[in-house]
Design a protein around this ligand. Structure first.
Ligand SMILES: *Cc1c(COP(=O)(O)O)cnc(C)c1O
Length: 403
């Protein structure tokens, strides 16, 4: 009989979205006439279609696969075609981050790389994760039995966690703009983490999945825009939220050539090589048509077209934020992020506020405590929905809360 990895038994059950679904279903059962009235602003998935020039590029790639002369089987490197790596490097260059094409690895999305990257690090590392956080970071480390410690993101620091030099960490997960809080690190805040990482000989795993939502000039789009990052950081990014690729699956991970750690015998080991070794054994690359589509995202035409969708979501975010302003509810996000992270009014708990919105406004959001202890009393609304539904939801919330 095989032994199981008992660490899995210690994982917290993901009650959050199960509980949300249960509560919605119970409400609909009691009030069947309200079913079509419910507006869902809880799920972090996009809703607008893929840009036309991206669809064309995917089709063209698929057609090439159907012709003997242009058919492609396994990709030689499995790390992405040069045409896409060069397109991504060109994108980094456009905002002043020096990333070489060979430092970029094309992936099937950010979630898998965020979880799998820990395979190359030993189990005795101390992993520091901000609280609240995207659950993948915590779960993938607990699965290997690693010690996880938390850095508080709370009202006191504007939901931008700060390093504490009294605490040592070996691996640090940062996500900016953040899911769930919508808060984004400015250059000085990110530099503070880089200094801490260098002082601790730690590595930062930087999730930049929401970089395309940044509108303010002093918020870096990439950690590699900040001095010192090439010595201590890995960046993981995705086209999911940027270009609506949640169902297409494509992302990229950047590991600087010079990023090294010392093995126990004192030899220097390249992180890029180690990750390449891991992926070489367990990953065979991203489909050719999808990579064609991804490259189109970075073309001039693609950038123009995805901007239309991003503007649509950003306008939804502004509509939500202005309602919160009117109601005097404090929040983060909405400016450089599709998420609005609000403080539940009148000292309500996350679930209490969830129930109130569901029953009295037929609006569904996400209780903050599902993302960590600092999410207690907070609530996440997303701007990924339909414009008219967003406007209607805000009108209902305004009416309900200004009573
Ligand atoms: C949505 C999201 C991602 C993207 O994951 P994919 O696997 O690329 O779809 C990564 N990180 C965070 C924090 C996210 O919210």
């Amino acid at each position: 009989m095989p032994q199981i990895n008992e660490n899995y038994l210690k994982l917290e059950k993901n009650y959050l979205f199960i509980n949300i679904a249960k509560k919605i279903n119970a409400y609909i059962e009691e009030n069947p006439e309200k079913k079509s009235n419910i507006i869902r602003m809880g799920i972090g998935d996009v809703t607008l279609p893929i840009a036309p020039c991206v669809v064309e590029a995917v089709k063209k790639g698929a057609e090439e696969m159907g012709v003997k002369e242009t058919f492609k089987g396994y990709e030689d490197s499995g790390t992405g075609y040069d045409f896409l790596k060069e397109a991504v490097a060109g994108y980094y260059k456009s905002f002043g981050a020096d990333v070489k094409p060979e430092e970029i690895r094309i992936s099937d999305g950010a979630k898998s790389d965020c979880g799998n990257i820990v395979d190359i690090f030993g189990d005795d590392n101390v992993v520091l994760i901000t609280d609240p956080a995207y659950p993948v970071y915590v779960d993938s480390n607990l699965m290997n039995g690693r010690k996880v410690i938390y850095a508080d993101s709370s009202e006191a620091n504007g939901f931008c966690a700060e390093p504490d030099y009294n605490v040592h960490a070996d691996l640090i997960y940062l996500c900016s703009p953040n899911n769930p809080t919508g808060a984004a690190f400015n250059t000085a805040q990110l530099k503070a983490w880089i200094d801490y990482a260098i002082a601790n000989k730690a590595i930062i795993i930087y999730d930049a999945a929401y970089e395309a939502f940044i509108t303010q000039d002093d918020i870096p789009r990439s950690i590699f825009q900040v001095e010192g990052a090439r010595q201590c950081a890995i960046e993981i990014c995705s086209l999911s939220k940027t270009a609506g690729f949640t169902g297409m699956r494509c992302g990229y991970t950047v590991i600087p050539n010079e990023l090294e750690v010392e093995a126990s015998d004192g030899t220097k080991v390249s992180i890029a090589q180690l990750w390449g070794r891991r992926q070489g054994s367990k990953f065979n690359g991203v489909s050719y048509p999808v990579q064609c589509g991804a490259a189109a995202v970075f073309s001039e035409e693609g950038r123009e077209q995805i901007k239309v969708n991003l503007e649509y979501y950003k306008e939804n975010a502004r509509i939500i934020a202005s309602t919160m302003d009117k109601l005097g509810i404090s929040y983060t996000g909405g400016i450089n992020s599709p998420y609005i992270w609000l403080k539940c009014p009148n000292g309500m708990g996350s679930w209490e506020f969830f129930d109130l919105l569901l029953k009295e406004a037929n609006v569904v959001g996400t209780p903050g405590e599902g993302f960590g202890k600092n999410g207690k009393g907070y609530f996440r609304l997303t701007s990924f929905g339909d414009r008219d539904a967003t406007i209607e939801a805000m009108a209902r919330i305004e009416k309900l809360l200004s009573k």
